[in-house]
Design a protein around this ligand. Structure first.
Ligand code: BG6
Length: 490
């Protein structure tokens, strides 16, 4: 396990303190970092929301959230008690300049300390909250703001939010979070590509036939209908998480891993995405919406039933994208993501090209080109499919076999949640794993014509049964090109 490097004392103010993200992800992440002694008992975690709560009643909520989301074995009573003592509540109306009294009072007691303002609210409030933080004199040189995705719902709204936040925070103080970048195996992509000699030299169109990225979830819309129905899978997952994966896979080696070099390279990838013209959208994208079905033997409802009203929002997207670059010319990237699919699994498949010439007799093998599978979750690991000799005397026959690394088993460690890493990076002011303004806007610029073509068309998302791999059109999308989705999931 890497050494734990303690961070300086900080106050972390979470707007949207009673929301799902805060209680399910942020509070457990902070608890785990505290348990590992990464920060001291002088730090404060300040919940800010409109509800009438006290320190005691908010601690009670935090405690319940920890019991629900942290394994019991990790909840030692004295650690839990010490952590909850750091939790405070300041009733705050982020939308009103005069709604910051309680928060101001609390923060004033430690004016020089690092302040993290974490905005886990609807993005339309980001600008106003920041303006009100400034109006109340709460933004110090040691302050940073964390913006949860999505930053807006299209290019224009993203620009507006970036402008508004940029009026009171400098770019170096703005941390636009994409939690996929905090996942261990996503960072492992950097290690795989740039710390090994064997991959980078073949990481190009000459050797790679195509790339597949699948991010599948079994959950439905859960209690997030209000947000999700206005977003849909393209905005919720593709514009950020999946395109960030494309960036890390496709970028040129950066000069170093500092924030400027790495993000410059990612930006070049986003700018190299071939724009999809309106007339092509129906050919290269598929959107779907789940209907009832069963997952792991359990019956589940349709999206419409989960939502409680009619909707044409997509809960599944598959698409084919291309990059305009020497390295990736004519190498398609096939992306798919959806809710209510058969398994929760995120993986990247690098499909290499066939060998140029076979010395083996035709009946010796069902010759399969090499394939590298990078499993992001669950069971993080890497699998390289190779052709090997089928053991035994007699002729030389071949069969595929896997070189398989299963990280958790190999290193016997708990894989920290993405938010743990990213929250500590924020305190440190380390922005490499956060999105820069120009990246967010470039991603929206690429996605927007797809959204527009969908909105202009009369076609609705295609229905798919919960527990299936999405609409059959998603299979046709890749099979039209003579390829198939990787099936050895699970
Ligand atoms: C979030 C999306 O950003 O990522 C959710 O808003 C999605 O809809 C989630 O469920 C998936 O994250 P993870 O870490 O569970 O793969």
């Amino acid at each position: 396990m890497s050494a734990i490097i303690p961070v300086d004392d900080f106050d972390c103010v979470v707007f949207g303190a009673t929301g799902d993200l805060t209680l399910r992800k942020l509070v457990p992440a902070l608890y785990n970092r505290f348990r590992d002694t990464q920060f001291s008992d002088q730090c404060r975690i300040i919940g800010a929301a409109r509800s009438e709560l006290t320190d005691a009643s908010y601690r009670d909520r935090a405690s319940k959230a920890l019991h629900a989301h942290v394994p019991a074995a990790d909840l030692k009573p004295d650690t839990l008690e010490a952590f909850l003592a750091l939790v405070h509540y300041a009733r705050t109306d982020g939308g009103q300049a005069d709604g910051f009294g309680a928060l101001t009072e609390l923060l004033q007691t430690a004016p020089d300390r690092i302040r993290v303002f974490y905005l886990a609210t609807s993005p339309h409030l980001y600008g106003t909250i920041c303006e009100n933080l400034a109006a109340n004199g709460l933004i110090t040189p040691q302050s940073r703001v964390v913006l949860e995705k999505p930053i807006g719902h299209d290019l224009e709204s993203a620009r507006q939010i970036n402008d508004d936040v940029g009026k009171v925070f400098e770019e170096r103080q703005i941390f636009r979070i994409d939690h996929f970048l905090g996942k261990e195996t996503v960072q492992n992509l950097l290690a795989l590509r740039f710390a090994n000699v064997i991959f980078e030299r073949i990481w190009n169109a000459e050797n790679i036939d195509h790339v597949q990225i699948t991010v599948a979830e079994t959950v439905g819309v859960e209690g997030r209908g209000d947000y999700y129905d206005h977003a849909g899978a393209l905005r919720d997952m593709v514009q950020n998480h999946l395109l960030q994966l494309v960036c890390l896979l496709a970028m040129e080696p950066p000069l170093d891993l500092q924030e400027t070099a790495l993000r410059d390279e990612k930006l070049k990838v986003l700018r190299a995405l071939r724009p999809i013209a309106a007339h092509e959208v129906a050919q290269v994208t598929v959107r779907g919406q789940y209907v009832g079905g069963a997952i792991a033997g359990k019956a589940v409802d349709s999206y419409i039933a989960d939502l409680g009203e009619a909707s044409s929002t997509e809960t599944f997207v598959a698409l084919k994208l291309e990059l305009r670059s020497w390295r990736w010319a004519n190498v398609p990237f096939y992306l798919r993501t959806g809710k209510r699919l058969p398994q929760k699994v995120s993986e990247i498949v690098i499909q290499f090209r066939d060998i140029p010439f076979s010395v083996f007799p035709r009946d010796a093998a069902d010759m399969r080109p090499n394939r590298l599978v990078i499993r992001l979750q669950p069971e993080e690991g890497i699998q390289l499919q190779l052709m090997t000799k089928d053991p035994g005397p007699g002729g030389l026959r071949l069969r595929p076999a896997d070189l398989d690394i299963h990280f958790e088993k190999a290193f016997s460690v708990r894989y920290p949640d993405a938010y743990e890493r990213l929250l500590m990076d924020t305190v440190r002011g380390y922005a490499t794993l956060f999105m820069r303004r120009d990246e967010v806007e470039a991603a929206w610029a690429w996605v927007e014509p797809i959204l527009q073509a969908w909105a202009a068309g009369t076609e609705k998302p295609r229905p798919y049964a919960s527990g299936s791999w999405g609409p059959t059109a998603a299979i046709a999308l890749i099979e039209r090109d003579g390829r198939t989705w990787h099936e050895e999931l699970g």
